[in-house]
Design a protein around this ligand. Structure first.
Ligand code: DON
Length: 581
């Protein structure tokens, strides 16, 4: 839309004026502003930790225009759909954990299976999974939730006009933005897998480091959403474009889009270490996993006593905890609208104390009987992305959003200019009954139908946008991409800060490792902080195998220390932490 640039420019100019006015108000506190219904600031500033610099600039504009954390979060998410194309999205989904006016909320805008999806849709006639079918191309696409999620959040809690929060994204799509080396590398890595199978190259061949990258079709889509509202994506011209793209290739129809609604759910909450943890409930497995890990570690205080952070005995105890957590994940977690999940039990003190009792420094890795892990749980691909926001009024947003794989299914909506997800791959795509020789190869358990594909069902996610509250105030906003590594990463950063007293920056930079039930006895390490030398030898002597993984995580956190927000962007990525006075 040709008007997009002038709107963007006008808003930038308005933003500068407003910013100047706000800056002046800090000094003179003019009564005209004081009389509005704007609550008094309780923090020294607003802050963000975001995965790229463009989204940080967007946040600056939104705060300067008087927006709150939710306005900033929605504007950041739309910006990332333009500037962080491998994970930011319109055609994906995610979770948002919020704290607004002293109350916690959770918004589930995860993708859902289309109405004609079937349990065995990725199997051939011999019951074997067709390689790549749930990951690349139109059949991998679930009904996207992002736009409805952002629309719901902003309508309910935002202070600015809807058009204002879309303006920065429209500007980046219209004028382009300078591509960085990270994004080009992600593009190059993904392009090979999509070659000849999707229209990815027609849209992203020119994504080159140092080069300006405008996306005119995406700008038009964003402009339509800006002028007609979030439901345009589900009921307007954008819905028509998605349905045409899918027709004859994928399953998502106009009816699927019309029926999609983001859902406000009760966030998962637990007391830990003097804080209230507010985190993601099912269909995420991450909140349950995080709470289980935190509480079991606290129960095992004696066993952990005196152990150095990331020493071999420390890693061993955490790995034993992780075995229990991933066994429960496999056995009990699902879309709560498909299967009731016993949340109170799984996160209850008595149960977790009993589970922690099973953990011992002498346990031989892999010797204890374990329940099967998810067949594809270790095969996480980058990318997903997370950002955290707090505003000076004490509101906070922790948001994780995903296309699942890097650049999703590789399918771009022709005429719409945006990528569609491959979130269907998060279902159990090879149910054991249909394929007894699948990776776990174990006998049937009550978990066998869990997380299989069914119309309208949500896949089990690991995204864990989390907040910590202390005395009713936000103390931490945290999250990361990383599939099943998401909550083990958040756990490590939280315990590094609160149990070991590391500064937030040191905690985010510290070594991280990952372990889960299957493959047994395997400790994964990350390129950023290889696990080598004596430590590696000690773990091997204990019976573990060490395996490097290609993905590092990308934690974006904000700790609030008294009234001072301290944002930290993971040094593994290209993110930015910024405070806005
Ligand atoms: O919902 C989930 O858990 C996955 N779709 C997230 C994928 C992910 O984090 C990959 N990123 N590294």
């Amino acid at each position: 839309m040709s008007k997009a640039t002038p709107i963007g420019l006008k808003l930038t100019a308005a933003a500068v004026l407003l910013f100047a006015a706000c800056a002046a108000s800090l000094v003179t506190a003019p009564p005209a502003l004081a009389k509005t219904a704007v609550p008094k600031p309780v923090l020294d500033g607003s802050a963000v930790a975001v995965p790229d610099s463009y989204s940080a600039d967007t946040a600056q504009q939104i705060f300067a225009e008087g927006g709150n954390a939710v306005d900033a979060a929605v504007a950041i998410a739309f910006t990332l759909a333009v500037t962080y194309s491998d994970a930011g999205n319109l055609g994906g989904g995610g979770f948002m954990t919020l704290y607004v006016d002293g109350k916690p909320y959770f918004l589930d805008y995860l993708e859902r299976a289309p109405q004609t999806a079937t349990r065995d849709m990725y199997l051939d006639d011999k019951g074997k999974a067709v390689p790549g079918m749930s990951q690349v191309g139109a059949r991998a696409v679930g009904v996207p939730g992002t736009v409805d999620g952002l629309w719901e959040a902003q309508r309910r809690f935002g202070k600015l006009k809807w058009k204002q929060v879309l303006a920065p994204a429209i500007r980046y799509a219209t004028d382009g933005f300078k591509v960085d080396a990270r994004l080009q590398k992600a593009r190059d890595d993904a392009a090979t897998g999509f070659a000849g199978k999707t229209n990815f190259d027609a849209y992203f061949a020119n994504l080159k480091a140092g080069v300006n990258f405008p996306q005119p079709e995406l700008a038009q889509t964003l402009a339509r959403i800006a002028s007609d509202g979030g439901r345009e994506f589900y009921e307007g011209r954008t819905a028509d474009l998605i349905a045409s793209q899918m027709y004859g290739h994928g399953l998502v129809t106009k009816q699927d889009l019309q029926q999609y609604k983001a859902i406000w759910r009760q966030p998962l909450s637990a007391d830990w270490n003097g804080y209230q943890v507010v985190t993601a409930p099912p269909p995420s497995s991450g909140g349950v996993g995080l709470i289980q890990m935190l509480k079991m570690k606290a129960d095992l205080k004696q066993a952990f006593g005196g152990l150095d952070l990331n020493s071999a005995p420390y890693i061993h105890l955490i790995a034993q905890i992780e075995d229990r957590v991933f066994a429960d994940r496999q056995q009990y977690l699902d879309d709560p609208d498909a299967t009731p999940v016993p949340l109170d039990k799984l996160t209850g003190d008595a149960y977790l104390a009993q589970r922690a009792d099973e953990v011992s420094p002498d346990e031989v890795p892999g010797a204890a009987p374990v329940k099967p892990g998810l067949a594809d749980a270790t095969a996480e691909k980058p990318q997903t992305t997370h950002f955290s926001v707090v505003d000076k009024w004490g509101n906070a947003v922790s948001n994780t959003t995903t296309l699942d794989g890097s650049f999703g299914s590789g399918v771009v909506v022709d005429g719409g200019g945006f990528l569609l997800n491959d979130e269907m791959d998060d279902f159990v795509t090879t149910p054991r009954a249909a394929s007894p020789a699948s990776a776990s190869g174990t006998s049937a358990t009550t978990g066998d139908e869990l997380n299989t594909i069914a119309p309208g069902r949500r896949p089990l996610s690991s995204m864990t946008p989390t907040l910590l509250l202390k005395d009713g105030k936000v103390a931490l906003a945290i999250g990361t991409p990383g599939g099943s590594r998401i909550f083990t990463t958040i756990f490590q950063v939280m315990t590094d800060i609160y149990d070991f007293g590391l500064s937030p920056a040191d905690a985010v930079a510290a070594m991280r490792f990952h372990h889960q039930l299957l493959p047994q006895k395997t400790i994964y390490w990350e390129p950023y902080h290889p696990l080598t030398g004596d430590l590696a030898e000690q773990l091997k002597a204990k019976g573990y195998m060490l395996e490097g993984q290609s993905f590092n995580g990308d934690v974006q956190l904000i700790r609030v220390d008294g009234t001072t927000p301290q944002p930290v962007a993971d040094p593994r990525g290209v993110g930015v932490g910024k405070v806005f006075q």
